[in-house]
Design a protein around this ligand. Structure first.
Ligand code: ATP
Length: 235
């Protein structure tokens, strides 16, 4: 579902290398965890996949399409939750969701059904009529999640999605991720918490200093070969 080839990205005049020639394949139907400490390059990778940033070198294919050649088609495949969502505080929750639904050209019935279902699951249905400015961080995070997931894109890309969620919402999201993947869709999410990745993912890649250190199933990463790199990860 995602193929990343020799991807590099540097920032600023000093050309600080955030990503240094990474290669990665994420299969359809899997929950893939992108794990690494602060500053490892997770958000940069996600911004390149979602087309927010332009790559210096390499290429990214989503569902077989190069994002360089098909940026709009690729964006339609993706439901994206950024790590630090900036949303319009003056809108109400429902206004925000309707705006997103318009962008994705969702019909009346489809948006009503999906918004109701998801807002109940995340327990924010009672505040949808209130302005987003009055929401807590966790409520905003839930709203952004609903906005990203309600059009049921085949690829979910979530940057640190568990941060700010209460345990119940984190559990709900985890179940939704599994349900989505079990239907043949793909979930790619970043985290700096090893336990989160271990509990949820089919496969994990570990990134550090802009380079992929290792890729494998949770079982594979737990075996001796990788223990060292897992322990060193947060040093
Ligand atoms: P975090 O968990 O802290 O968000 P991350 O793994 O997502 O970390 P990135 O945000 O991708 O890491 O950052 C990778 C490197 O690029 C870091 O050294 C960071 O300081 C640098 N970097 C990121 N964004 C910029 C920017 N806009 N300008 C300059 N350097 C940046």
């Amino acid at each position: 579902m995602i193929r990343i080839q020799n991807l590099s990205k540097s920032y600023g005049k000093n050309k600080i290398k955030a990503l240094d020639g990474i290669n990665l394949e994420v299969k359809k139907g899997e929950i893939f965890g992108f794990l690494g400490p602060n500053g490892a390059g997770k958000t940069t990778t996600i911004k390149l996949i979602t087309g927010i940033l332009k790559m210096d070198e390499g290429n990214i294919f989503v569902n077989g399409m190069s994002i360089k050649d098909n940026p709009i088609e690729v964006k339609k495949q993706i439901g994206f939750v950024p790590d630090n969502p900036e949303i319009f505080n003056r809108l109400t929750g429902i206004e925000y969701l309707n705006f997103i639904a318009d962008v994705y050209e969702m019909g009346k019935e489809e948006r009503k059904t999906n918004i109701l279902k998801l807002s109940k699951e995340f327990e924010i249905e009672d505040v949808l009529g209130e302005s987003i400015g009055s929401y807590s961080h966790g409520m905003k995070q839930k709203l952004v999640l609903i906005g990203a997931l309600m059009h049921k894109p085949p690829l979910w890309i979530l940057d640190e999605p568990m941060v700010g969620l209460d345990p119940k919402a984190a559990f709900t999201l985890k179940n939704m991720m599994r349900e989505h993947a079990d239907k043949g869709n793909t979930v790619f999410f970043s985290t700096h918490v090893l336990e989160v990745a271990e509990k949820i993912c089919d496969r994990i890649a570990i990134i550090k200093g802009g380079k992929i250190i290792t890729v494998g199933t949770v079982e594979e990463l737990k075996n001796k070969k990788h223990e060292e790199s897992l322990e060193k990860l947060f040093l």
